[in-house]
Write a protein that binds this ligand. Structure first.
Ligand code: ADQ
Length: 484
């Protein structure tokens, strides 16, 4: 590969969805910023590095004139749309990625495999490979994100080779990677990990996920893995590492300083005077353990009648994947459960649970985090969980307590600063909530300072820079091809 002076000056980010969603409105199209963990994690890199972002714009457009108009408007944001037809994108996104792959990655059993969505998954990965190979030049760094695109590195590597281009390809998985024995439940278990092994660098959120992947490559593919943080497979040497993903804490500090947010905080404090506020913010997803959270909170209320009218759980459940049957069922279950809990514990003074099934604006989110005495996160599995970081960023001098499931990736870094518990153990959850509410000011400060230092050190900017630095290095020293 021809070394360039600064490989990062030529960076392509790829994710299934663009960070901007396109909607048809009267007289044209409108774009809006998407939210979610992936967008948050890449926000740091956006500040320091220019890159092109390839992905699906979230809308089916058949008319070439419409495509051109949308492409032009996205160009201003360095976003390049890859257009897909509706049935194909549905089968890829909901059919395979969200109904089959996502549950397997999060240790959910009972997943049934179906060949039609798998073929759609392949096809979409191929279409992405075509678009990106055409756009890349030799020396381009290509950073692919997440489970929707696990076949892409191999397909892309082949296309690039056909075109005589040599590029460094990196991949970051935002979910857990399960233990090998669980991963084997997926009939296409080998194809997906082989797809990734055409990368130069693969990043995971924790050491556990990284090790699971390494062990799986050894047992399923017979890859050589005893060579430190590298896997040798066929004629390639792939670097595997842990990169701690984070947030941009400054964005929260600036938001909290806004007069309108300060005013909102005052109002909320006034509204909940004398009441301990517990906050939860989660996408409405099985992995976030929302059913468990509501049951645990119910048990806590049963266990502590003396706290009647003195505690409230404000739970924001952000709508997610609403086309998928399992998510619709979960939503119905949560609504019923929330109604039952309030029916059982309400008094003329009010209800102990405020369940909001909608997205809230960023200012409101920051204000909520700021006034909450406790943040309760109950993930049954979760790649990292950035809400835990955001709560800490918004607490500042208040030293609120984080009650964090031991199954969130964040728990492997934050267990000493938080109160950990098992999300399926309702008694343990109830005790953890009680302990959080009653923690002494000294203990709260001690725990909080640990968390604050951690989130300020491991920012999204650092994550983006560390990964791209390492990928650039691979680009300069040459791709992961074995010399002999
Ligand atoms: P998610 O499952 O989306 O991310 P999480 O890490 O908690 O979960 O991130 C959610 C993000 O969405 C947060 O940054 C939050 O502020 C934002 N958000 C939530 N509600 C919002 C709202 N109403 N308006 C605006 N923004 C909102 C996936 C994995 C995680 C992993 C991340 C990053 O499932 O485990 O931590 O990617 O890798």
């Amino acid at each position: 590969m021809e070394p360039t002076n600064d490989p990062k000056s030529n960076l392509i980010i790829v994710s299934n969805r663009l960070p901007l969603s396109i909607k048809r409105v009267e007289g044209g199209f409108e774009s809006s910023l998407s939210s979610g963990g992936l967008v948050t994690s890449l926000s740091g890199l956006t500040k320091s590095t220019r890159f092109q972002w390839f992905g699906w714009p979230g809308i089916e457009l058949k008319d070439p004139a419409d495509r051109e108009e949308v492409t032009k408007s996205l160009e201003e944001h360095n976003a390049i749309p890859i257009f897909l037809d509706k049935t194909l994108s549905q089968e890829h996104y909901n059919g395979f990625s969200n109904r089959i792959l996502w549950p397997i990655l999060h240790y959910q059993s009972g997943v049934s495999f179906d060949d039609t969505p798998w073929q759609a998954y392949r096809r979409v990965n191929e279409l992405f490979a075509d678009a990106i190979a055409d756009a890349a030049k030799s020396g381009t760094l290509i950073w692919v994100h997440d489970y929707h695109l696990m076949l892409l590195p191999e397909l892309l590597r082949n296309r690039l080779q056909e075109q005589g281009k040599s590029c460094a390809i990196g991949f970051s998985l935002h979910t857990p990677f399960p233990a090998g024995d669980f991963w084997r439940n997926l009939p296409v278990r080998k194809h997906l990990i082989e797809g990734l092994l055409s990368c130069d660098l693969i990043g995971f959120h924790t050491d556990e996920y990284k090790q699971n992947f390494i062990d799986t490559c050894a047992s399923l593919l017979g890859a050589r893995t005893e060579i430190g943080n590298q896997i040798q497979y066929k004629n390639r040497l792939v670097c595997i590492d842990k990169f701690i993903v984070g947030i941009d804490p400054q964005k929260f500090t600036e938001t909290l300083a806004k007069p309108e947010v300060q005013e909102r905080i005052r109002k909320l404090k006034d509204r909940y005077k004398g009441v301990k506020v517990i906050v939860g913010v989660d996408r409405l997803d099985h992995i976030k353990g929302l059913t468990q959270k509501l049951k645990g909170f119910d048990a806590f209320l049963d266990d502590h009648p003396e706290l009647e009218n003195k505690v409230i759980l404000i739970q924001v459940a952000v709508p997610s994947r609403e086309d998928v049957k399992e998510y619709q069922e979960l939503e119905r279950e949560l609504c019923t459960l929330a109604g039952k809990i309030n029916g059982k514990h309400a008094t003329p003074e009010g209800t102990p649970l405020l369940y909001m099934h909608r997205s809230v604006p960023f200012n409101e989110l920051a204000a909520l985090y700021s006034v909450a005495d406790v943040c309760l996160l109950t993930s049954t599995r979760d790649g990292m969980n950035l809400v835990s970081f955001e709560y800490v960023a918004c607490q500042q001098e208040r030293h609120g307590v984080l009650v964090l499931s031991e199954f969130a990736g964040a728990a492997s870094f934050m267990s000493e600063g938080s109160i950990p518990f098992h999300p399926a153990n309702i008694t343990e959850m109830s005790e953890a909530i009680f302990a959080a509410i009653n923690l002494s000011p000294e203990e709260r400060k001690k725990k909080y300072e640990r968390l604050r230092d951690f989130i300020n050190t491991n920012t999204s900017a650092k994550w983006g820079q560390t990964f791209t630095d390492k990928l650039s290095y691979r680009c300069i020293i040459g791709p992961g091809l074995l010399v002999s």
